[in-house]
Design a protein around this ligand. Structure first.
Ligand code: PMT
Length: 403
């Protein structure tokens, strides 16, 4: 977190149960040497105590446009900020920011700044998925606001779903990324696949797998923030930063066709998708009727996209595969690395708790064709993404060294 040292960070806290987590973010930013100016909305006071925030921050808490010692607190805070972070960001604050309704100090400061803004939404799943919130988030993203996606898990009241504030580590990483301004992939074209393919059995049924696409999307966001031009070939529909080109596909064949258009010009190709190994041989048109009895489904192999990319790879390209294993992690992954002619393979033991499919976290071992091995313990998928891209950059740097 060297990037935050000496930086002016405005931390906005709005009224949600997750406000208590912002205390950890605040403490760690101050410990790392940042000057943190806190702003709380009126409703945030219902969840955390102003004394706690003032005691931990670098300057007294700001709460109102009218009670501050400065006559125009929002312009001072907004103009001095190197970054503004709102954690948690409620649906109201998101809407007010999107619409420019500067009716409290926090939103007025968000509008009175040219600094980058990091919003960390937290709310119930129904609210997060409401079209008004979805549209406001899309609008803010299109203006360059960085959204730290909420995670799924237990919410206030015991419900389970998406909407939980990202963990402090993920929020700190997003701030670090903004302030360190690392553009080591600038000018490069990075192609990433995400999600699980769906192979039709008939007009309505498919063979699918458990991939959520979260790992692939995290890599896409990290590559984008590092300056890459990103093409994301995806089977799922998750909002992404504007500037990332998304190509939607469903089957392994469609994924291969989409990659064929971009693979040759790509500097980096990362296959994080879970591609089906088999697909049904389609022998019926329309829907198989239940009263025709249980159908016998004949399977045939799908194209091995990664193996094909490995056999046709341009010399400058870094080709990265993933390996989803449940036993002999390193040996199996190394076998795939060699057979498919990859530069790197990211092995995850998908039988371990919190690892692989669907989770917000992952744990991986990254193997390189030159024999290096790096393990990353259980961490959020953005941290894994950063480690994968760091390994890519390392391969590229090694290639530039005189042999
Ligand atoms: O999407 P999430 O829920 O976040 O989960 C992440 C993940 C578990 C899907 C991801 O971390 C992961 O492991 N992706 C690869 C899953 C997989 O298909 O692994 P595999 O060992 O079966 O395949 C090896 C590699 O070959 C993969 O890069 C795969 O994309 C590729 N492949 C596989 C079959 C095929 N027909 N064509 C391919 O290109």
């Amino acid at each position: 977190m060297e990037s935050v040292q000496g930086k002016n960070i405005v931390l906005g806290i709005s009224g949600g149960i997750a406000a208590y987590k912002s205390i950890e973010v605040l403490r760690r930013l101050v410990d790392a040497g940042a000057h943190v100016a806190p702003i709380m909305t009126a409703d945030a006071h219902r969840f955390v105590g102003p004394v706690t925030i003032s005691a931990l921050a670098s300057e007294p808490l700001h709460t109102s446009l009218w009670d501050d010692t400065s006559p125009i607190p929002h312009t001072r805070l907004g103009q001095n900020a190197d970054v503004i972070v709102v954690a948690p960001a409620t649906a109201r604050v998101i809407a007010a920011f999107a619409m420019g309704l500067s009716d409290d100090l926090l939103v007025a400061t968000l509008i009175a700044t040219r600094a980058p803004v990091v919003l960390c939404p937290a709310m119930h799943t129904e609210m997060w998925e409401h079209p008004s919130v979805v549209d406001n988030i899309a609008l803010l993203r299109s203006r360059g606001v960085i959204i730290v996606e909420p995670q799924s898990g237990r919410l206030a009241g015991g419900d389970i779903g998406t909407g939980r504030l990202a963990d402090p580590e993920t929020i700190l990483q997003a701030i670090d990324q903004v302030l360190s301004n690392n553009k080591d992939l600038a000018g490069q074209h990075v192609v990433i696949t995400a999600g699980g393919t769906r192979e039709p059995i008939d007009a309505v049924r498919v063979i699918a797998n458990r991939s959520s696409g979260k790992q692939g999307y995290a890599i896409a966001e990290d590559a984008h923030s590092r300056g890459a031009h990103v093409t994301l070939i995806s089977t799922v529909d998750i909002p992404v930063s504007s500037g990332i080109s998304v190509v939607n596909v469903e089957t392994a064949q469609q994924m291969q066709d989409a990659i064929a258009h971009v693979a040759n010009s790509a500097d980096v190709v990362i296959m994080a998708a879970a591609v089906a190994d088999f697909r049904p041989v389609l022998s019926v048109e329309g829907k198989i009727k239940k009263d025709q009895g249980i159908p016998a489904i004949t399977l045939e192999p799908t194209p091995d996209i990664l193996a094909h990319l490995g056999s046709t790879k341009p010399a400058h390209q870094v080709l990265v595969g993933f390996a989803a294993e449940t036993a002999n992690l390193v040996d199996n992954a190394r076998g795939k690395l060699e057979r498919k002619n990859l530069d790197l393979i990211v092995a995850n033991d998908v039988s371990a708790p919190g690892v692989g499919f669907t989770h917000d976290t992952n744990a991986v071992t990254i193997l390189s064709a030159s024999g290096e091995m790096k393990s990353v313990a259980l961490a959020n998928k953005r941290t894994i993404a950063t480690a994968v891209l760091d390994s890519v950059v390392k391969v590229q740097s090694a290639r530039r060294l005189p042999s």
